[in-house]
Design a protein around this ligand. Structure first.
Ligand SMILES: NC(=O)c1ccc[n+]([C@@H]2O[C@H](COP(=O)([O-])OP(=O)(O)OC[C@H]3O[C@@H](n4cnc5c(N)ncnc54)[C@H](OP(=O)(O)O)[C@@H]3O)[C@@H](O)[C@H]2O)c1
Length: 243
């Protein structure tokens, strides 16, 4: 069992991405490649090996790969107050979605047993909050026009038994979290392919707040597999905890 020391006020965050040699992350164009064929059956085992308390994705990734309905918006006949809601007091593992405006729809409050927590901004409607409460999906509201990720992660630590999270994309969530000093480790699986299609890389920033545009990393390990993929593990310099 991995022993994660909890960082002051926020979970330990490990970024994990599958990447082409030139940093691209949209995997659809790779499905016909030899490299994909070699690696595709190992993903579940890879994710589980991190032994975190949950995982986190941006709205686009969640919408594409996990969200399973259009939210049913009904105006509540009571006032919805407070900046958080806990839908399952007993949950022990978590799927966290950064969804500033409240766009994602879920038929259940869990994904493969991981309880869903929505990270929202104040842009979210009462109708959407009411929808989440009817579904018993947890949420945290943090930030005015966009999500305040720093305080959202502090609230995650306070409200849920979350000491560690696997950050699983996409590029815009990864980049904006790294930029804010919220990433402790980077684990990149580089497949032996190049990809010249348009699309995000593992780390993008877009219009999110710009702070540290260049960051030194410490290499922890570089493991070349026989199929040609390379597993790279780095620590960020702001990571003060030992895994
Ligand atoms: N190769 C891999 O290992 C891997 C892993 C995961 C995903 N992917 C691929 O990556 C693609 C999606 O990546 P992406 O970079 O376009 O999208 P993304 O990071 O999944 O989601 C971006 C959205 O998340 C919300 N968001 C992200 N950062 C935020 C921040 N700092 N503050 C507030 N909201 C924030 C925003 O939602 P709103 O637009 O609603 O404001 C934003 O548009 C998918 O095609 C997926 O398949 C690949």
């Amino acid at each position: 069992m991995v022993n994660f020391k909890k960082r002051m006020n926020r979970p330990y965050i490990i970024l994990h991405m599958i990447s082409s040699v030139n940093g691209k992350i949209l995997t659809e164009p790779w499905r016909h490649t030899r490299a994909w064929e070699n690696v595709k059956d190992t993903f579940d085992e890879m994710y589980k090996s991190f032994e975190t308390d949950g995982w986190i994705c941006g709205r686009v990734t969640m919408e594409k790969d996990f969200s399973d309905e259009t939210p049913q918006l009904i105006t509540p006949d009571f006032e919805i107050s407070g900046d958080y809601y806990v839908g399952d007091e007993t949950a022990k593992s978590f799927a966290v979605a950064v969804d500033p405006s409240g766009k994602l729809g879920w038929t259940k409050n869990e994904i493969d047993g991981d309880h869903i927590i929505e990270i929202l901004s104040n842009k979210v409607s009462n109708e959407y909050l009411y929808y989440l409460q009817r579904r018993k999906i947890s949420y945290i509201i943090s930030g005015k026009d966009s999500v305040d990720l720093v305080s959202a992660f502090q609230r995650l630590s306070e409200l849920f038994p979350i000491k560690s999270l696997l950050l699983q994309g996409g590029g815009y969530l990864n980049g904006s979290m790294l930029n804010l000093g919220l990433v402790d480790e980077l684990n990149i699986v580089v497949l032996p392919i190049t990809d010249l299609n348009e699309g995000p890389t593992s780390l993008e920033l877009g219009n999110y707040r710009k702070l540290n545009m260049v960051n030194d990393l410490t290499l922890v390990s570089a493991d070349a597999k026989k199929n040609g993929e390379v597993h790279l593990r780095y620590k960020t310099l702001n990571s003060k905890t030992i895994r």
